[in-house]
Write a protein that binds this ligand. Structure first.
Ligand code: FE
Length: 342
């Protein structure tokens, strides 16, 4: 196996390659370093088969979309990831094969709802859930300290103590650790109950990362187009979030509800299906369809996507365009289908 960290800085991208079958994956590639990755792959004679984001990043633009376009590598993310172009949605226990190497997926939410860790024979890539002597912040982008605690204690800490730990970030110049070391020395977790951990995480008082809303929303939506000015966090937070059962109740009433689905056509007709009567207007086509929507300006509009992130952006864009009553299906079609199956 060939294993390398390619950015050589605080933000980590890992190359995992099988040197028998010359297949490779990149984990958490950064957009601005793509030429470097392609050079390393070419230098080693490797075919890139998958690009994997361990979670939706808020600190850098993901390189997954462009790498996938340039190399035909498949984009792999957790099933809750909002990114519109994921080819392979994975979940707890799934396995990815890179030549002779098997990568096992652990679902490790907490830093974000779509966090995964990648387990190889002797090592684990922990994303931003468990870092060296630290843990990923949980104060934005759907973060949840209780979930992070469970991900670390129940999943990552049940790996053998000698398992090497490779996080997605390190701010102190560390390159690797082990599960055993983190159990003994990680100050965020050592000797802390779940309640104490939650208290610590809720009181870190860290400033939000620069350009967070652009980076996060671009990674969630891939809406990289000068036509759109992405909504601010305040505008996103003002969008009314509706639960699936609330929408079902509304649909049964006489007041008209306009359902706008902002996913791609492939997703609209894909495995998650769509809500009967919903109008398909992919997020990147919103502005060219605005005339078509004019007649709904004073109606109740509910926006829908896969996981609820892209549609919140769309709802805020529509609100900014003068639509009066726009709300969002919280959790998207994933939540809708889950509610239907209960
Ligand atoms: Fe992160």
């Amino acid at each position: 196996m060939l294993f390398k960290e390619l950015n050589l800085c605080k933000c980590k991208t890992y190359l995992i390659a099988c040197d028998v079958q010359n297949q490779a994956v990149l984990v958490d590639p950064v957009l601005e370093n793509i030429e470097r990755y392609l050079a390393v792959l070419a230098y080693n004679g490797l075919k890139l088969i998958d690009v994997i984001d361990t979670h939706t990043h808020a600190d850098h633009r993901s390189g997954c979309t462009l790498l996938s376009e340039l190399t035909d590598a498949k984009i792999v993310m957790h099933r809750l990831a909002p990114h519109p172009l994921v080819d392979v949605h994975v979940d707890e226990g799934d396995e990815l094969k890179v030549g002779n190497i098997v990568i096992k997926v652990l679902y490790t939410p907490g830093h974000t709802p779509d966090g995964i860790a990648l387990v190889l024979d002797d090592r684990v890539l922990t994303g931003d859930t468990l870092m060296i002597r630290g843990t990923g912040r949980t104060d934005f982008a759907g973060g949840n300290p209780a979930e992070e605690y469970d991900s670390i204690i129940e999943k990552l800490f049940s790996l053998p103590d000698e398992t090497l730990v490779f996080p997605a970030h390190d701010y102190r110049g560390n390159t690797q650790s082990t599960i055993g070391e983190e159990k003994q020395k990680n100050p965020r977790i050592l000797g802390k109950s779940k309640e104490q951990f939650i208290h610590v995480m809720e009181n870190l008082g860290l400033p939000l990362p620069d350009k967070i809303q652009e980076v996060l929303q671009l990674n969630q939506t891939e809406l990289d187009d000068d036509l759109y000015e992405l909504p601010s966090i305040a505008e996103l937070n003002r969008i009314f979030q509706l639960e699936p059962n609330e929408i079902k109740t509304f649909l049964g009433q006489s007041t008209p509800q306009v359902l706008i689905d902002v996913r791609s056509e492939a997703e609209f007709n894909g495995e998650l299906g769509h809500i009967e009567g919903s109008i398909l207007i992919p997020l990147d086509k919103l502005s060219e369809n605005i005339e078509k929507l004019e007649k709904y300006k004073n109606d109740n509009i509910i926006v829908i996507c896969r996981s609820g992130a892209r549609s919140t952006t769309a709802a805020a864009l529509l609100t900014g365009m003068g639509f009066e009553n726009v709300s969002n299906l919280r959790g998207g079609m994933l939540a809708w289908n889950e509610a239907a199956n209960k």
